[in-house]
Write a protein of this length. Structure first.
Length: 673
């Protein structure tokens, strides 16, 4: 799969649940607050996928003293990895979906690894949980204790169901929205018989059960949304039988799963925005603020509209106050706060003085990325004059101000806004583009003078994101062991695992070995045998193993000498790369291109010439089959987006493609005999 295709798949999978996970835990920083910028330098932790494409580490979470994440390499695909912060300690946990498939990139076909695409990583009850597709069960619920043997399927929730694409591939239940509450982990899943509903697990197969089928239908129009825990209850939004949306409350039992009494909406876009505050749940309906403690429901009063755009970055709890991005009637999207009372629900400051009657003037000026550091709220906003920049607020109008104009003269430039990564000690880390260096890592102590560039990982305009545009500018990051870890692109390796550290604190050996071919067919030579042997060596005393491949196959473990057999009469390329004790892989494998010309055996009886009509009929059937394949892939992407309109449209196209393929196949059979 090409790098661009992998990135598109990552974005699609991120819609299954939370987007790229960014840890915001405030940990003790090993560096003194206010230390000079040159005390911190970007350090490569590991070049997981040698070459320019990168491994794209994502979905970071800390569990049992290690950092876990999803990453790609060219042998296992995108799988679960773990790291202790060192190069040697950054390893693949398990190849959940082993094997390879055939991928195409423009006019080239090649072998690429099958990926399980771990997503929605969550920690519960001393174990790591996530969703993954092992190629046999579809996307299902998995758990891991950090070892290969302890990384197992919890339950095949959709056992016996198949996808709509070909009727043979397991459908998968697509578990997501993992939410711990009490002694169980709650999530949403579709078992193929009830549609998407609320489930719970205690980590065992028998303890993984449907909580309640609140909408007795095989398919839910918009699915379950916003699973939240507050006051010993789980709240979520689901379809009713009449198509309207409703907020439900559950104590984990079928009998205790009932409508919450909070107002719902007529469509998923009208869903109230749910924010847990201690034992109370706040619900912003678009015009009113409601609260519930699970027993009583209160209509607090008017409140501006706020929506769930895929996470809680549009609302943040600071003490007893909820700050949120509200679209009020008098000036676009602004910063609001509430203490759960009508008098306490007020606009903090009019940041963007737009025309409320002009959608183009107010739309897109979102206040987002709320983070708390100390007793101050930080966020990204556009005030018309400066474009999207870093802001801070203590909850008062006077105490709400832009921290720094990082990119001057960029009014209205959405893509150049900072991305807040994490809070580490007394500093906020973010990526930003100052207009000359591209998007790089910055840090801020909340003052203009203390908001500075940490280091330029990728000199030039591409920046740490490697020049990616749109949503691909986003950089996954996590705070672990007192360091900021992130997926960065230095312009040579693609997006890989980096951290910020001091020059005296190294993640270990990251220097790859060098490989050389010592014996075998010479470059450009011709062999009359279908079997060839190569001997090879490596520079470096700590080289522990080698990986070899022929042509566009996957690299596999090998020893010197290595014999390749069954080669056809054509040009071939043999490649070998060394791997050292720290797991560093030679990014420039030693290669040798040669030709095999096996003598042709005497010709046998000739086959009858196909009927003249066979060729065009075969071509038409192949085109029709290709259309079906494209339609299947389109439906797969639509399902992963959880967009009912897209799924409906994709199914129609697949049905149409199959209807056209059947007569084409029959015509081929008739024409070719």
């Amino acid at each position: 799969m090409s790098p661009a295709a992998r990135r598109r798949t990552r974005r699609a999978l991120s819609r299954i649940g939370v987007a790229a996970s960014v840890a915001a835990a405030a940990l003790t920083c090993p560096y003194a607050a206010g230390a000079a910028d040159d005390d911190l330098v970007p350090q490569l932790v590991k070049d997981i996928a040698p070459g320019p494409d990168g491994s794209w580490p994502d979905e970071f979470v800390t569990f049992d003293g290690s950092m876990y994440f999803a990453a790609f390499d060219d042998v296992a695909g995108t799988e679960l990895w773990r790291s202790d912060g060192t190069s040697a300690g950054t390893t693949l946990v398990k190849d959940i979906a082993p094997g390879s498939t055939t991928c195409t990139d423009e006019d080239r076909s090649y072998a690429c690894p099958i990926s399980s695409w771990p997503t929605n990583l969550a920690v519960f009850g001393g174990a790591l949980y996530f969703s993954a597709d092992d190629g046999s069960h579809g996307r299902e619920l998995w758990t891991s204790d950090g070892t290969a043997a302890g990384t197992v399927l919890v339950k095949d929730i959709s056992a016996g169901t198949t996808s709509d694409e070909d009727g043979t591939r397991p459908a998968g239940s697509y578990p997501r929205s993992f939410t711990p509450m009490g002694g169980a982990l709650y999530f949403t899943a579709d078992d193929g018989g009830h549609g998407e509903e609320l489930w719970r697990t205690d980590g065992t197969e028998s303890g993984t059960v449907l909580v309640k089928d609140v909408n007795p239908a095989t398919e839910s129009w918009a699915g379950v949304g916003q699973v939240r825990a507050a006051g010993g209850y789980v709240y979520y939004i689901s379809d009713r039988a009449d198509g309207r949306r409703e907020v439900w409350r559950s104590d984990g039992t079928a009998a205790g799963t009932v409508p919450s009494g909070l107002p719902g909406g007529s469509y998923y876009a009208d869903d109230p925005y749910l924010v847990p505050v201690g034992d109370t749940l706040y619900a912003f309906t678009g015009s009113e603020l409601w609260t519930t403690d699970g027993t009583t429901v209160d209509d607090v009063g008017p409140a501006p509209a706020t929506r769930d755009y895929g996470g809680a970055s549009f609302a943040k709890v600071l003490g007893d106050t909820v700050f949120f991005a509200g679209h009020g009637p008098d000036g676009g999207n602004e910063l609001w706060k509430t203490d759960g009372t009508a008098p306490g629900t007020v606009r903090v400051k009019d940041l963007y003085a737009g025309d409320p009657d002009d959608e183009e003037d107010t739309d897109g000026k979102f206040i987002s990325q709320f983070r708390v550091m100390g007793d101050v709220l930080y966020f990204v906003a556009d005030d018309v004059t400066h474009g999207r920049e870093l802001w801070r607020s203590d909850g008062t109008e006077a105490g709400t101000a832009m921290v720094k104009d990082i990119h001057p003269n960029e009014a209205g430039a959405w893509s150049n806004g900072p991305e807040i990564l994490a809070v580490l000690g007394t500093e906020l880390y973010l990526t930003a583009d100052d207009g000359s260096r591209g998007r790089e890592i910055w840090r801020s102590d909340g003052t203009a003078a203390g908001t500075v560039l940490v280091a330029e990982l990728n000199p030039g305009s591409a920046g740490v994101a490697g020049g990616s545009g749109g949503w691909e500018e986003s950089v996954a990051a996590s705070v672990y062991d007192g360091h900021l870890y992130f997926g960065g692109d230095d312009g040579q390796r693609g997006r890989e695992l980096w951290r910020l550290g001091s020059t005296a604190d190294s993640p270990g050996d990251v220097t790859p070995p060098d490989t050389a071919i010592a014996a075998g067919p010479a470059a450009g030579s011709v062999s009359t045998s279908s079997s060839v042997s190569f001997a090879f060596t490596a520079v470096g005393d700590d080289t522990t193993r080698f990986q070899c491949r022929i042509d566009d196959q996957l690299f596999a473990a090998c020893t010197s000498p290595h014999t390749a057999t069954g080669l056809g009469s054509t040009t071939h390329t043999f490649e070998v790369r060394a791997v050292d004790a720290s797991g560093n892989i030679d990014p420039t494998p030693a290669a040798r291109t040669f030709t095999v010309a096996v003598p042709t055996p005497p010709a046998g009886p000739t086959s009858p010439t196909p009927a003249p009509a066979c060729a065009p009929a075969t071509s038409a059937a192949a085109d029709a089959a290709a259309d079906v394949t494209k339609a299947k892939k389109r439906l797969t992407r639509a399902k992963r987006s959880h967009s009912a309109p897209k799924i409906k449209k994709a199914r129609k196209k697949l049905k149409k493609a199959k209807a056209a393929a059947a007569p084409a196949k029959a015509a081929q059979a008739a024409a070719c005999g």
